[in-house]
Design a binder for this molecule. Structure first.
Ligand code: GDP
Length: 430
């Protein structure tokens, strides 16, 4: 059985926590897209961890953690993460890296930095992890696959030389920076080869056999629907597809094997980087209070430490986000944080050109969209520690049920704290 855990919003919805929780019963956890540009924060018996590249199943000794072919693989970061968790007492995880995954090259990170510098005030707010240059090269067919590290020295050097020719034109004339040193690049790749050699395998065959053997496989998405390169708030998106459907492409499994799609929705909104964000809270004092209280220790980027932009729950964006994911279940997270509010605004529509819509529009129209709010009463108490739905305060249940009706997908899990056990199931099929 293959299940996907994906984000229905802008990312940072708490997918790491939900994946870590479900991974306890999973045989395999797979990362299928993205790179080290976003992070999952996970709190469990070993401590608190920010993972950027490792799948969230690494805390379970028996779970196999797969880096699929769709991932932008930053080898030093991956190795650093393995060392970090092991140094904190986590048993050495089982990791498999697809031989078809492609590598973040040192120059991808440089190009990301240089381009943000060039764009200055008009930049994308990139995390400068090399993701956009990486995916550009992948689709321009000048990327390096993991398997290339095992090619002959002559072939590998030829490829580096040929890629350097075009990169160096940009480096010299557009960015006015030093050219790529081909020898240094080759030496770096040889170091990468030594680092990942023990983990590389034919992930496609492994997963095919795992499905045949009835294993439980979790596909772990990064970011959320609204950051999807095709369906999100283009161009303020990430350079890969964040939707569950891409899980099939990004690790090579048949699409019909994905039987459950758990879309993670946060009980309020947050976003990082630039881009349209209709339900953003513009009163800085109100936003800052939610930011400080949000998540586990505040809403600050797991990769960059940047303060996240804060907003109220957006039913328009979340309905769209859940629909594109092909949601079977919604995991509604970080609800405990809202217990301090007397009243909670919920964005139920967008007013565009004098008309109210509940359909999420294209980016051009988002510029002019104004949020339409309905205000719900708060519950004014701490709900952490509650394990049964019926024990939640009435106004809290009303908040959940109001949102469920607006988005049109069943909320079957409610997360009321950062730890694995802070979960309320609402449906026996889980
Ligand atoms: P991800 O990338 O989607 O995994 O999101 P993040 O790593 O940004 O997770 C959101 C943050 O909220 C992390 O610090 C989590 O530990 C925390 N978190 C997850 N679920 C809950 C919850 O239900 N309540 C609280 N208070 N924090 C949570």
């Amino acid at each position: 059985m293959v299940k996907a855990v994906v984000g229905a919003n802008w990312g940072d919805e708490g997918k790491g926590k939900i994946t870590d929780m479900l991974a306890q019963k999973a045989d395999v956890v797979v990362r299928f897209q993205g790179g080290a540009n976003a992070g999952h924060t996970i709190k469990n018996k070993y401590g608190k961890f920010a993972l950027h590249t490792l799948p969230s199943g690494v805390f379970n000794e028996n779970t196999v953690n797969v880096i699929g072919n769709g991932v932008a693989l930053n080898i030093p970061i991956l190795m650093g993460e393995i060392d970090n968790i092991v140094s904190k007492g986590v048993p050495k995880p089982i990791i498999l890296i697809s031989e078809r995954a492609q590598l973040i090259m040192p120059y991808h990170i440089k190009f990301d930095e240089y381009e943000e510098e060039r764009l200055a005030g008009k930049s994308f707010g990139s995390t400068k992890s090399g993701i956009a240059p990486f995916y550009s090269d992948k689709f321009a067919k000048i990327g390096f696959q993991v398997s290339d590290l095992w090619d002959s020295e002559e072939n590998l050097r030829d490829k580096i030389e040929s890629v350097s020719v075009q990169k160096n034109v940009l480096l010299e004339h557009l960015y006015h920076k030093p050219p790529i040193d081909a020898d240094e690049t080759y030496d770096t790749l040889m170091k990468y080869k030594d680092m990942i050699a023990p983990y590389v395998c034919d992930v496609f065959s492994y997963l095919r056999d795992a499905i045949r053997d009835g294993k439980t496989i979790l596909l772990e998405g990064q970011l959320g629907t609204l950051k999807d390169c095709d369906h999100g708030i283009y161009p303020m998106v990430t350079s890969s597809n964040t939707i569950a459907a891409y899980g099939a492409v990004g690790c090579g499994i048949p699409p019909y094997e994905i039987k459950q799609v758990i879309s993670v929705c946060k009980a309020y909104s947050s976003a990082v980087g630039a881009g349209e964000f209709v339900s953003e809270i513009h009163d800085e004092a109100v936003a800052d209070e939610l930011r400080r209280r949000g998540g586990d220790g505040g809403e600050y980027g797991a990769t960059t430490g940047r303060p996240r932009r804060m907003g109220w729950f957006d039913c328009v964006a979340s309905k769209y986000g859940c629909a594109l994911q092909g949601t079977t279940d919604v995991a509604f997270t970080v609800l405990d944080v809202l217990g301090y509010l007397d009243e909670i605004p919920v964005c139920t529509g967008y007013e565009i050109g004098g008309e109210v819509t509940t359909q999420f529009p294209v980016t051009r129209l988002l510029h002019d969209a104004k949020p339409v709010y309905e205000v719900l009463p708060g519950w004014k108490c701490d709900i952490s520690g509650i394990r049964e739905y019926d024990k939640l305060p009435e106004n809290c249940r009303k908040y959940i049920e109001f949102i469920e009706k607006k988005i049109g997908y069943p909320i079957t899990m409610i997360s009321n704290g950062p730890s694995r056990d802070d979960i309320i199931y609402r449906n026996p099929r889980n």
